[in-house]
Write a protein that binds this ligand. Structure first.
Ligand code: C5P
Length: 430
């Protein structure tokens, strides 16, 4: 994980709305200060019900501001100056009420007046009950704010303070910090412009893959050593299968080429089951042409140079056995260089335990893909075989840090982005 040093010397104006997640903003402040940022806090009336201005004063080593009509504030500093003296405004938690006020340009207190007066970038970390989040009014406000160029991080799915489960939990301080770092580093990041997609059904971006053929590889491959033994890896196929479901939900005609997994076939998807990398490559090539190819399979890099026709006998105690390995063909690189048969958009994955972004960038070039989804699979992340993931989208235009989310949600977002990109390249034939 990269450090948050991109915030060193930067001035963050933190607006704290009225939600139980306000306590997380204290942690965010602590982390920002630790990394050398200066932080000024404004608490809305509701925000000050959950955390005290004093706590923020102590952590920020500055006075915490609370109300537009505090004449002393206005005389001393004023809301225009507050916004002018910031490199970035972060609203965390951004309540449904704050989103609505911002979307409609209200300036009824200090926080909203600052937000209306600013020409600085604004990052919102929404936090609210799932029903409030899903309400058409909130979704309309989000669309307006997105069109206004406001950036978002989260919300995340999970258990809420009210006992319900769903989208609406504020992003964790680490994820907000990453989004801040991304924005201050000049990256216009959808970690920061995360689109709020519903858990099921078509995303609300209006993106469609209708009329498109989407080819996805998923799962591990198994490379036989002899009739009973093989080389493989820990891939579960969860991400690749989630991608196939998400593509199908957007109306695509989907071919899923899958290695051995313990998952049901996604509904309405053509599934080609393979064992080895060679079989996967053959299946992929036979499935072309495609508009979009996503290589999510964890293809074994090597196969046994000589597959034994019979079960190998155990050597005598104490002796060593040498297994000769041959490199497998690279399916992603092959598709990326498939000439006229090349899909218009080719996306690969980079699962790494170290130097994630650097490796993903070099993979983008080496393999000739258009996008690489980089994910940290260090055992502590639980990404390998788990249901959640945290990825970075690496393209030639830069790196977008996405917050942690479920593999299903990641799949929906990625497919919505791919659909938009394909639409921009060439509209689908009706
Ligand atoms: O080189 P590495 O295995 O880390 O690259 C990962 C990406 O390349 C993934 O998208 C994976 O599906 C793809 N890949 C492939 N064929 C291989 C090895 C990797 O398609 N033999």
């Amino acid at each position: 994980m990269r450090s948050g040093n991109g915030v060193q010397g930067k001035r963050i104006l933190l607006i704290v709305g009225g939600g139980i997640a306000a306590y997380k903003s204290l942690e965010l402040t602590r982390r920002l200060k630790e990394r050398g940022a200066s932080v000024r806090a404004i608490l809305t009336k509701g925000g000050a019900e959950f955390v005290t201005p004093l706590s923020f004063s102590v952590l920020t080593e500055e006075r915490a501001f609370t109300d537009l009509f505090d004449l002393q504030d206005e005389a001393e500093i004023g809301h225009i100056r507050l916004s002018r003296e910031a490199d970035l405004i972060v609203v965390a938690p951004a309540t449904a009420d704050l989103l609505a006020k911002m979307a409609h340009g209200l300036a009824s207190d200090l926080a909203t007046a600052v937000l209306l007066a600013t020409d600085k970038r604004v990052l919102l970390a929404p936090a609210m009950n799932v029903r409030m989040w899903e309400h058409p009014a909130t979704q309309r406000n989000l669309a307006t704010l997105r069109a206004d160029g406001v950036h978002f991080v989260g919300p995340e799915e999970g258990e809420m303070a009210c006992g319900e489960f769903g989208l609406g939990r504020m992003a964790e301080p680490a994820a907000i910090l990453q989004a801040i770092t991304g924005l201050l580093g000049g990256r216009d990041t959808p970690s920061a412009t995360v689109r709020p997609l519903k858990a099921q059904g078509a995303p609300q971006t209006g993106a469609s893959l209708s009329g498109r053929h989407v080819l996805i590889t998923s799962g591990p491959t198994q490379e036989p050593i002899d009739p009973v033994r093989y080389i493989a890896n820990r891939s579960s196929g969860k991400q690749g299968h989630a991608l196939a479901r998400a593509a199908k939900a957007l109306g695509a005609n989907v071919t899923l080429v899958s290695g051995p997994v313990a998952l049901p076939d996604p509904d309405g998807v053509r599934v080609i089951k393979v064992d080895t990398a060679h079989e996967m490559l053959a299946a992929v090539l036979s499935a072309l042409p495609a508009d979009l190819a996503i290589c999510a399979a964890a293809v074994a890099d090597w196969r046994a140079s000589d597959e034994a026709p019979q079960k190998l006998k155990k050597p005598p105690e104490g002796s060593e056995t040498t297994l000769k390995l041959t490199l497998n063909p690279d399916i992603l690189a092959t598709i990326s260089r498939a000439g006229p048969a090349r899909p218009r958009l080719v996306i690969g994955f980079a699962a790494e335990t170290e130097s994630l972004i650097e490796n993903a960038k070099s993979k983008l070039k080496r393999k000739g893909a258009d996008w690489i989804v980089a994910n940290d699979v260090w055992p502590g992340t639980g990404a390998m075989g788990g249901d959640r993931t945290q990825v970075h989208l690496v393209t030639e235009r830069g790196v977008e840090d996405w917050p942690p989310m479920s593999k299903d949600e990641m799949a929906e977002r990625l497919l919505a982005r791919a659909a938009e990109a394909l639409q921009a390249l060439r509209p689908a034939a009706e």
